[in-house]
Design a protein around this ligand. Sequence first.
Ligand code: MLT
Ligand code: ZN
Length: 461
Amino acid sequence: MIFTDSRLPEIDTLHGIEILTDPESLKTYGKDWTKHFTAKARAVFLPRSTEQVKTIVEWARRTRIKLVPSGGRTGLSAGAFATNQEIVVSLSRMNRILELDTFDQTLRCEAGVITEEIQKYAREHGFYYPVDFAARGSSQIGGNVATNAGGIKVIRYGLTRQWVAGLKVVTGAGEVLDLNKSLVKNATGYDLRQLFIGSEGTLGIVTEVTVGLTKPPKDFVVFVMGTNDLSAIMEVYSRFKSRFNIFAYEMFTDLSLKYTTAHGGRAPFSTPAKYYVLLELERESDEYIERATEEMGQLLEEGLIEDGVISQSPQQAADLWALRENITEATSHKQPYKNDISVRVSRVPEFLTEMTTVIAKEHPDFEVVWFGHVGDGNLHVNILKPDALSSAEFVERCKKVDEKMFAMIEQFDGSVSAEHGVGLVKKTFLHHTRSNAEIALMKEIKRVFDPDLILNPGKIF
Ligand code: MLT
Ligand code: ZN
């Protein structure tokens, strides 16, 4: 399609790039999964190559029209929202897997490849891509890089950062950088690749990613245990951690369970509990799982947990995981106001106790769904909108909770965003986690890579 809009000068220079301007596309591509923002995109550009991305960036520099890079749009910090007549640059058409190197154990692909496709492709070829999270079926690898995606297996495999072997990006200055080229060792100055990881599309547009792969684990076995004592969560973790290789350690509350069971899930057991933990182990051997089962029995005997269940098949493991992974979907009709904070792992119960007390005291009408990757200190705090409140009233009150929560986070030396990123949602709170000197340096770095400030305006700062 050739786009003719007098508001977009020199558009003919973009001839060949697919452009969408119909209202439905502007709405769809102009936003991500974040609630309480309104998309106002000017157009959507769908490049098919790094060259085309470069053309778009050069055009944007000349015209000073701002660009919002966009992946699978599963973000939860409005990092991919176009709220101010920006052009959305969607990488969706750049979705080819380019090369599997079985010796180096790397996979090179375009930025628009869906995360789950990478996982499946790796499995089909005898490898494993271990970064994993609930949005795997929609999120794209370029977006995973831009947000340094974490998810459910961080305690075993680390973040996206640990798996990026090489990166091709078009900077805001229109330069194409081919970074690290899959080298395992490379001591030649600043590792610019790492700078782009987690930069939320503010420094450049990722067009190609080379990820490292590993050998597939054996089958997973999932344990779900319930307790009424918050501090037992860490005790259970510590006991298993000292004897087993834990792949995931997640938590959710009875309220989360209420929503996931209403959404089609089955409670893990009938004994009621306030808190649930989900622990995942690899079936290293039957004897190994027997020992873990005995450990759980011991915890039960000591009264640290109320009840527990162990998956007996991959299907049962998936059903138990659904109780944790489906919370987002099961609560989305309540327009949750989301937070994804982190504190040091050992301080999770202390933080949770203090925070729940404050919210319950000051906002007794709020339902707060807590869950998260408790094994790495990352908690998701989802406040559900009471029907009696308008969206605007609700957001205003949630911002009051934010002020308290982030002040507390600062006291705990925690982070206002553990994995969702800063985007538009957290930028006013950045100073609770990063010092003025750090923020000033980040702004200077932004200017080096994006001198005309055309990339993802208003995000992070
Ligand atoms: C999750 O862990 O399920 C995701 O980060 C999504 C969410 O917080 O809703
Ligand atoms: Zn998460």
